[in-house]
Write a protein that binds this ligand. Sequence first.
Ligand SMILES: C[S@@+](CC[C@H](N)C(=O)[O-])C[C@H]1O[C@@H](n2cnc3c(N)ncnc32)[C@H](O)[C@@H]1O
Length: 282
Amino acid sequence: MSSDRDDFLRREFPMRAEDYEFLRRLAVRTTGIELSDAKKEMVYSRLVRRIRALHMDSFATYCRHLDQNPAAELSFFVNAITTNLTSFFREGHHFEALRTTILPDLVRRNAASRKLRIWSAACSTGEEPYSIAMSVLDSNLCSGWDVRVLATDIDSNVLAHATAGRYALERVQGLAADIVQRHFTRLDQDGILEVRPAVEALVSFRQLNLMQEPWPMTGLFDVVFCRNVVIYFSKDTQRLLFNRIAEQMPVGGYLCIGHSETMHGLSDRFESLGRTMYRKRF
Ligand SMILES: C[S@@+](CC[C@H](N)C(=O)[O-])C[C@H]1O[C@@H](n2cnc3c(N)ncnc32)[C@H](O)[C@@H]1O
């Protein structure tokens, strides 16, 4: 029976244990993403295209290149190791809660300023922040308010897609027809849909590595969506991140996390509202 190591050596490009160790350390140091041994196959297949494009002959050469040219190569590496799976109104109960309980509460609490700030902290290709903006518009609670959704991600490729606001028809196929009609325009016969300007106007996209310190944002966010990203981080990194997010929110602000994530044992600054929703206590 061949070992895992032999399999990797027989590939188009050899990837030695020390190459993987180098990539693993670089990933966690620069992005917080933990690459376990189980991710070896994924890392191989995502980087192999880049190695071919650079006309290199091995992962060892690629690791040396990364080491010597971080300014030029690091963003390709980071974009390759991120997992960007997302969809419109993913984990729909968060958007339902936003419309029916969170926004009504915030509209009462922020009545004096008529300002609302929402952060989508790992926005991928934009479906999440656009779904937030659509929910705000559909709630009809904030007309005339100063509402802004900040959408950030570390990955420059997904941000370019998100900023364009264009999606293939199949990306909206599960949505109710009235939502598609209200918030998208059909661009051409190939089935590309564009998010309408009223939705786009609420959202600003910026590149942000959640690991960087300090974050550049100065104001507080009434609602933070930090969903399906901390699963890639260690518990220690999650603890630090949730406490930093708490610093970026007012008391009573709302935090939504992903379906397989939990705050349990990580930060006592949030109280659970059930179904991966939290409110900042202090
Ligand atoms: C699986 S997607 C989640 C998208 C969306 N939040 C959702 O739940 O549908 C995870 C996103 O986290 C981003 N990400 C990973 N590490 C990050 C970091 N250190 N800082 C900012 N974004 C990061 C990835 O680029 C990716 O787009």
